[in-house]
Design a protein around this ligand. Structure first.
Ligand code: PEP
Length: 248
C-alpha cells in the first residue's frame, strides 16, 4: 500500500511574513496526517522552512536544482545546497521550467540523477499541452518524458523518485483532468516504471497536479494509481492545503 503524498509547490510566491503566516496556519491544524506532506519553496526560504518545520510532519524541498555540483554557474543552486538545509524533495522538470527555461527531457533526466546523487527525492514532472492532448499525443509525449528519465536512471534508483503527472492545460487554469483521464495516464506511467523495475513500480508515488483543490481532491485521490497531489495555487492558503491533506 503506497502512502499518499501531498506536496505544495509555492512557485515564486512568498515573503518571510507571508510564509510565517502560512506555515503557522498549516502547523496549527495539521494534527497527525495520514499522508506524507511537503512544501517545495523558493531557495531563499529553505532556512525559514527548516526552522519552522523541523520536528513536524511537514517536509520541505526546492523547485529546481543544478546538474552541476559546484563552480562557475551563476544563479544556480546545487543539490548539496538543498541538503545543507535538510530539504527532502526537489521538483524537477516542472512544465514552467520546461516552457520558460527550455528544459529538455534529457536535462530533466540529468537533474533527476543529480537529485538522487545528492540524497534528495526528485518529484519528476511530466505532462502534455492542450494541443498535444487534442492531437491524441498524450501517451507519446508523456511516455517520452518518463522514458528519458527512466533510461538514465540506475535500475535500483527507480524506487527513489516520485512522479507527478501535470497536464499543462490544467496548471493554474482551474481546469482539472477528470479522475478517469488522470488515472489512464497514471496507469500508463506505472506500466513504464514497471518495465524498468517491476518491484519499484509498486512503491513509487505518482502524484496528480493541475488545479487540485479541496472540492476535487477526494475523487482524484480515490483513483487506484493517484498517490497524492502536487498542489500549486491551493498550497498558498493554509485552509485549502489542509483540506486537501485531509482528503488524502
Ligand atoms: C503546479 O504548479 O505544480 C500546479 C499543479 O499548480 P496549480 O495547482 O495551481 O494548478
Amino acid at each position: 500500500m503506497r502512502r499518499k503524498l501531498i506536496a505544495g509547490n509555492w512557485k515564486m510566491n512568498g515573503s518571510l511574513a507571508a510564509n510565517a503566516a502560512l506555515l503557522n496556519g498549516i502547523k496549527a491544524d495539521l494534527g497527525q496526517p495520514a499522508c506524507a506532506v511537503a512544501v517545495c519553496v523558493p531557495a531563499p526560504y529553505f532556512a525559514q522552512c527548516k526552522a519552522a518545520l523541523a520536528g513536524t510532519s511537514v517536509a520541505w524541498g526546492g523547485q529546481d536544482l543544478s546538474v552541476h555540483e559546484s563552480g562557475a554557474y551563476t544563479g544556480e543552486v546545487s543539490g548539496a545546497m538543498l541538503r545543507d538545509f535538510e530539504c527532502t524533495y526537489v521538483v524537477v522538470g516542472h512544465s514552467e521550467r520546461r516552457t520558460y527555461h527550455g528544459e529538455s527531457n534529457e536535462l530533466v533526466a540529468q537533474k533527476t540523477g543529480s537529485a538522487i546523487k545528492a540524497g534528495l527525492t526528485p518529484i519528476v514532472c511530466v505532462g502534455e499541452s492542450l494541443a498535444e492532448r487534442e492531437a491524441g499525443q498524450t501517451e507519446a509525449v508523456v511516455g517520452a518524458q518518463i522514458d528519458t528519465v527512466l533510461a538514465a536512471l540506475d535500475v535500483d534508483d527507480v524506487a527513489r523518485i516520485v512522479v507527478a503527472y501535470e497536464p499543462v492545460w490544467a496548471i493554474g487554469t482551474g481546469k482539472t483532468a477528470t479522475p478517469e483521464m488522470a488515472q489512464d495516464v497514471h496507469a500508463m506511467l506505472r506500466a513504464k516504471l514497471a518495465s524498468r523495475n517491476a518491484a519499484a513500480a509498486e512503491s513509487v508515488q505518482i502524484l496528480y497536479g493541475g488545479s487540485m483543490k479541496p472540492d476535487n481532491a477526494r475523487e482524484l485521490l480515490a483513483m487506484p494509481d493517484i498517490d497524492g497531489g502536487l498542489i500549486g495555487g491551493a498550497s498558498l492558503k493554509a485552509a485549502d492545503f489542509l483540506a486537501i491533506i485531509k482528503a488524502a
